[in-house]
Design a protein around this ligand. Structure first.
Ligand SMILES: Cc1cc2nc3c(=O)[nH]c(=O)nc-3n(C[C@H](O)[C@H](O)[C@H](O)COP(=O)(O)OP(=O)(O)OC[C@H]3O[C@@H](n4cnc5c(N)ncnc54)[C@H](O)[C@@H]3O)c2cc1C
Length: 241
């Protein structure tokens, strides 16, 4: 499928961790850039490659002002991220071509079931968008949400302060960063995301699962949840290649 690309401008770049940056874009190529929380955009980058576009989930909530945020992890041998992380080629004011918002990984806001978000790394992006969107709409307090977020070390936890603040404000929002390589000083969940949802859903209470990240984690989560007795329809995922 051929996608159409539009001008956008980088309006800010923030270092989130050593290897992850937040990019704020303003779409200038057309008015009324709209998206649903959970969708992604494609960036068309000037790469020396047959395939020049790269997909990124939108990490911000719909704002109505033509801006959106992406959170991107650097891949040492990656063509696209090497381009995006090069401070000379991409900086404030740089022009980047982006698509309209794409994808069906959006929240069923009418569900009566509890919601479980499972992610690793920058797979947090669509869930930040969904949670901020619910907060903006004033419905975040209405839902029980478990956010299970896997990282290696404490320093890798993305948007940590923001989620801690939200979880303090909304007792129904349970935030579980899970660290696989942190030493004994970490008081929170340890290991992998799988151990955490297996524990939280051992009673198989009605729930709908949204999973986002890289292939291995998603496939394992999908298989495990099905073995636990959840139906395919209750397990939605967005795969980052
Ligand atoms: C829906 C979706 C959302 C995503 N959201 C995020 C996000 O929010 N944050 C994030 O950090 N990453 C995200 N990703 C991953 C992202 O799209 C890139 O794969 C990642 O940034 C690495 O890109 P790269 O160009 O640096 O690496 P590369 O290894 O150069 O390329 C990555 C991918 O591009 C494709 N590709 C490259 N060259 C070719 C070729 N010659 N032929 C065919 N295919 C090719 C392949 O799928 C390859 O795996 C998302 C992916 C998808 C599909």
């Amino acid at each position: 499928m051929a996608y159409e690309f539009f001008d956008s401008e980088v309006i800010d770049i923030l270092d989130e961790t050593d290897s992850v940056k937040r990019f704020i874009f303003k779409v200038t190529g057309f008015d009324n850039f709209t998206f649903k929380a959970g969708q992604f955009v494609m960036l068309d980058l000037p790469l020396d490659s047959k395939v020049t576009n790269r997909s990124y989930s939108i990490a911000s909530n719909p704002s109505g002002n033509n801006t959106f945020e992406l959170i991107i992890v650097y891949k040492p041998d990656g063509l696209g991220t090497n381009y995006l992380f090069d401070r000379v080629t991409v900086k404030k004011g740089s022009k980047v071509k982006c698509s309209k918002a794409i994808g069906k990984f959006t929240l069923d806001e009418n569900t009566q079931k509890e919601i479980c978000f499972i992610c690793t790394g920058t797979g947090i992006a669509p869930f930040r968008s969904m949670i901020l969107d619910l907060e903006k709409k004033g419905t975040l307090a209405d839902k029980k949400i478990n956010l299970i977020f896997g990282c290696r070390f404490e320093k890798d936890i993305l948007y940590r302060k923001e989620f801690e603040k939200l979880a303090d404000k909304y007792p129904n929002l349970n935030y579980f960063p899970v660290l696989s390589r942190q030493s004994d000083t970490w008081k929170g969940e340890k290991g992998y995301v799988h151990q955490v949802y297996e524990k939280k859903y051992a009673e198989k209470q009605p729930a709908i699962f949204y999973i986002c990240g890289w292939k291995d984690m998603i496939m394992q989560a999908r298989d495990t949840l099905q073995k636990m007795g959840y139906d395919r329809k209750e397990i939605k995922f967005e795969l980052y290649d």
